[in-house]
Design a protein around this ligand. Structure first.
Ligand code: FES
Ligand SMILES: [Fe+2]
Length: 356
C-alpha cells in the first residue's frame, strides 16, 4: 500500500509511442511485442537477483547500482548457460555468475572472466555478453519488453490512464499472485462481471444481485476495447461502470458511486507460460471524504492481501479445470454467451492463447 505520489516513477525521456503492441500484422497478435509488468519495485531486493519467467523465457531482475536502475537479463550465462539468478551482485556492482564467476555490467557486457589469461581478453567478445532486455519503471511497477529490443521505446507502456491523468488524491492497494491458469483466462474472468454474484457470493458478491447485464462496447480493435455498463453492479445501486482493456495484459473497471467515491479495479495478467500467469491487482480509490483513505493507508499490507487472496480462491480451482477442459474439447464446444455484448468475445477473438 502506498500513496500514488510515491508510485509515479520519474519519467524517462522516451520517444512518443509509434508502434502498436502486438507487432505490425493486423491479423495476428505477437505476444512478445508488448510491455509486461513483472514486479512491484517495492518488493524487489536490491542486494540480490530475482528470478522470473516471462512467456516461457527465464529472466533475472537485478539492481545496477552503477546505472542506478533495474536491469533484466535473460537468465542464462553466455559461458555455460548457468542461471544468473543463482549468482550474486558482487562488490563491484556487477551481476556475477555462480558457476565460474563471469560478471556483467548493466548493458550485458562481460567485465570479468577470472580465469582468462591477461594476454587473451575473451570477455571482449560479443559471445561473452549477457542478453539484456528493455526495462522501465512506471507507476511503481517494473515493466519488461521481451520482443525486439529496437521496438521497445516506440511501444506504449500500459499504465492506468485515470491515475496518470489526475495523479493527486488516490490511495492505492496493491497485491500480486501467481495463478495456475492462462493470462487470457484471468482477463476473461475479471472482465466478466456476470459471474460475481455467484462465484463471489459472500465475499464481494451476492446471488441476489444476479441480473441481465448489457455492456456496450464503445470502441474495439486489436489493441483492446472500451466498454460501458450503464446500469453498473449491484442492480444499478452503484452507478455506471466503465471498462477498459489494453491488449494484451491490462484491464480496469472504473466506477464512481456516491457510496464509495471513485474506485478502479485494475488487473494486469502477465503470461508466465501456457497455463500460468502472474496477476497484479491494484485498487486505486479516491474517496469524497478523507477518513476511508486514512484507514486504508493504516491497514497493514498483509491484512489486505489475505482478503484479496480469499476472493481469488473463489474462482481458482474451476478456472484451472475449466481451462483444461476447454482445451481438450477443442474449438467452441460451449454454449453461446447470452450477454448481448460480452467483452470476452473481442478478447478471445483478437488474442491467441499463449503458447499457440
Ligand atoms: S556458466 Fe557462467 S561463468 Fe561459467
Ligand atoms: Fe472472479
Amino acid at each position: 500500500m502506498m500513496a500514488t505520489s510515491d508510485l509515479i516513477a520519474p519519467q524517462t525521456c522516451r520517444e512518443p509511442a509509434t508502434l502498436a503492441a502486438g507487432g505490425p500484422d493486423p491479423n495476428s497478435f505477437d505476444w512478445a511485442e508488448a510491455w509486461y509488468p513483472v514486479a512491484y519495485v517495492e518488493d524487489l531486493d536490491r542486494t540480490r537477483p530475482t528470478r522470473f519467467t516471462l512467456l516461457e523465457r527465464g529472466i533475472v531482475i537485478w539492481w545496477d547500482a552503477r546505472g542506478a536502475t533495474w536491469r533484466v537479463f535473460e537468465d542464462k550465462c553466455p559461458h555455460r548457460l548457468a542461471p544468473l539468478s543463482e549468482g550474486r551482485v558482487n562488490e563491484a556492482g556487477l551481476l556475477e555468475c555462480p558457476y565460474h564467476g563471469w560478471a556483467f555490467s548493466g548493458s550485458g557486457a562481460c567485465e570479468q572472466i577470472p580465469q582468462q589469461p591477461a594476454a587473451r581478453p575473451a570477455n571482449q567478445s560479443a559471445r561473452a555478453c549477457a542478453i539484456s532486455l528493455p526495462a522501465t519503471v512506471k507507476q511503481g511497477l517494473l515493466f519488461v519488453y521481451p520482443g525486439k529490443a529496437e521496438h521497445a521505446a516506440q511501444v506504449e507502456v500500459p499504465i492506468i490512464g485515470p491515475v496518470e491523468e489526475e495523479p493527486d488524491g488516490w490511495v492505492m492497494l496493491n497485491t500480486f499472485r501467481d495463478l495456475p491458469y492462462d493470462a487470457l483466462t484471468l482477463l476473461e474472468n475479471v472482465l466478466d462481471a456476470s459471474h460475481i454474484p455467484y462465484t463471489h457470493h459472500k465475499t464481494v458478491g451476492n446471488r441476489e444481485n444476479a441480473a441481465p447485464m448489457v455492456m456496450e462496447i464503445v470502441e474495439s480493435g486489436k489493441q483492446g476495447f472500451r466498454g460501458l455498463w450503464p446500469e453498473g453492479p449491484r442492480k444499478g445501486k452503484l452507478g455506471t461502470q466503465h471498462t477498459t482493456f489494453i491488449a494484451p495484459s491490462l484491464m480496469y473497471h472504473d466506477l464512481t458511486s456516491q457510496q464509495f467515491g471513485r474506485t478502479l479495479t485494475v488487473v494486469y495478467a502477465t503470461p508466465i507460460r501456457k497455463g500460468e500467469c502472474r496477476l497484479f491487482a491494484r485498487f486505486p480509490f479516491k474517496f469524497s471524504s478523507k477518513l476511508p483513505g486514512l484507514f486504508i493507508k493504516l491497514t497493514p499490507r498483509w491484512f489486505s492481501h489475505i482478503g484479496n487472496n480469499g476472493v481469488l480462491e473463489d474462482d481458482q480451482i474451476f478456472l484451472h479445470l475449466q481451462e483444461r477442459a476447454l482445451e481438450k474439447a477443442g474449438t467452441r464446444p460451449y454454449a453461446t454467451i447470452l450477454l448481448s455484448a460480452h467483452p470476452g468475445r473481442p478478447l478471445r477473438a483478437g488474442l491467441p492463447q499463449v503458447g499457440q
